[in-house]
Write a protein that binds this ligand. Structure first.
Ligand SMILES: Cc1cc2nc3c(=O)[nH]c(=O)nc-3n(C[C@H](O)[C@H](O)[C@H](O)COP(=O)(O)O)c2cc1C
Length: 219
């Protein structure tokens, strides 16, 4: 089964931002935005999860998952922080061949099996995945909007806030990233559903920062 027969505009060696859905050994579904990279001939692809991610644990324990391909920024916002995820979990449905669920309304799906897990660093691994099947879903045609891509950038930065809470320089960088994305979204998406998603994201990030600043310092 060749992924490139179904998705014929893919480029090898480019990191694509997708949503990976998975299932725990106890049957609990999960979904999270993750980057992936296809091999030269598209016969496999690599995921780069942090070991702290539930997705990593599920992929290692159950050995399969689904790549959900979409340009809708909503699942990126709802999936990038555990505090926002409950809404997105409602949009999961049965896949065709694997136990892991898929995200309803995505533009394409790749159901896959884990072939190999390679240690990359103390906190990150490479997961080599082999497609089981790939098929199209609901095509989403929308003219290019800076708000969409700014939202996805904001979500990447938001997902890193907790990681860098104790590293002020990196924390400043991700907060600046959110602030730059905010300026684009307010300008190009004022009053839209994209601005509402941004507000939701900013509220969650502020809550994370507030909780941290009010928690007592560790001994
Ligand atoms: C666009 C985007 C790409 C991301 N790529 C990755 C990635 O490649 N690896 C990773 O571990 N986390 C990545 N993240 C962060 C995770 O989505 C985030 O930490 C999430 O909460 C993990 O969920 P989980 O614990 O349910 O797996 C990305 C976030 C966004 C918004």
């Amino acid at each position: 089964m060749k992924i490139s027969d179904v998705l014929n505009n893919l480029k090898p060696y480019v990191i694509y931002e997708t949503l990976i859905s998975s299932i725990s050994i106890n049957g609990e579904p999960d979904i999270a935005p993750m980057g992936l990279k296809f091999s030269e001939k598209f016969e496999e692809f690599i995921l780069y999860p942090f070991k702290s991610a539930k997705t990593y644990r599920n992929l290692v324990e159950v050995g399969e998952g689904v790549v959900n391909i979409t340009r809708d920024p909503r699942p990126f916002i709802l999936g990038c922080l555990p505090e926002l995820k409950h809404e997105l979990l409602k949009d999961l449905e049965r896949s065709k061949l694997v136990k892991a669920p898929r995200l309803r309304g995505s533009e394409a799906y790749i159901e896959f099996k884990v072939k190999e897990v390679r240690e990359k660093s103390i906190n990150r691994v490479e997961v080599i995945c082999e497609p089981v099947t790939a098929y199209l879903g609901d095509l989403r045609v929308e003219p290019y909007s800076r708000a969409v891509y700014a939202l996805i950038e904001a979500s990447v930065n938001a997902s890193r806030v907790k990681v860098f809470l104790n590293k002020s320089r990196e924390l400043l960088k991700v907060l600046n990233g959110i602030s730059y994305a905010e300026s684009i979204i307010r300008r190009t998406g004022e009053g839209s559903e994209y601005e509402k998603l941004l507000n939701l994201l900013i509220k969650s990030v502020e809550e994370i920062l507030r909780r941290t600043s009010s928690s007592p310092p560790s001994p």
